[in-house]
Design a protein around this ligand. Structure first.
Ligand code: GLN
Length: 191
């Protein structure tokens, strides 16, 4: 059985955990470097990317996690998790993060908490549209080499993949649709 880790610092950890367990995966909260040894892939949840970045540095997890993903560990970043993966941040490029995906991201570009919305997205490879929840969501402003757009919303990519990494501007774990977790677990993670 595949074991998928969830970065266990802050944010929508339990929601991802419940979703992964409902599709038959083992889960493990990842809080320190040794937790990386027992997982086949990792989800970086939504929450607050600035505090997650700081905690990653303080806990000593930043570098080992960066290395593991750079070497090919499958990773799926949702919302703040996408910010952690982005190589470039518009506005504050100094914010601590993994910085591995060839995307330029602008934080909070879809507005405040009050501007949160739910929409259905046409996703490449899926027959039915998938529901997506946007909460203070980051917007992808540009994609670089090797990045494939799997879904867009109003002309901007919102779901992208670059090899072993996938990133979503939205929260798939706050819907009752498990399709994207299934895609990650089945198509990207191997035991
Ligand atoms: N705005 C948050 C950030 O910048 C992300 C919001 C979310 O993950 N829902 O980190």
């Amino acid at each position: 059985m595949k074991t998928i880790g969830i970065l266990g610092i802050q944010g929508a950890i339990e929601e991802h955990e419940a979703m992964l367990q409902s599709i038959g995966c083992n889960t493990r909260w990842v809080k320190e470097a040794k937790d990386l040894r027992s997982i086949d892939g990792i989800i970086l949840p939504g929450g607050e990317s600035t505090s997650m970045g700081k905690q990653l540095e303080w806990s000593g997890l930043m570098e080992p996690l960066r290395k593991a993903i750079a070497k090919g560990m499958p990773a799926f970043g949702t919302c703040a998790g996408m910010i952690l993966l982005a190589k470039e941040l518009e506005g504050n490029n100094l914010q601590s993060r993994l910085g591995l995906m060839n995307i330029v991201v602008k934080r909070n570009a879809y507005g405040s908490q009050l501007d949160s919305f739910v929409t259905d997205l046409k996703v490449k490879g899926f027959a039915q549209p998938l529901p997506a929840v946007f909460i203070r969501a980051p917007r992808i402003e540009a994609c670089g080499e090797g990045v494939e757009t799997l879904a867009s919303y109003k002309e901007h990519p919102v779901l992208v993949r670059q090899g072993n990494m996938m990133a979503a501007s939205f929260h798939p774990e706050l819907t009752d649709c498990t399709e994207l977790h299934r895609y990650f677990a089945e198509q990207m993670v191997s035991e």
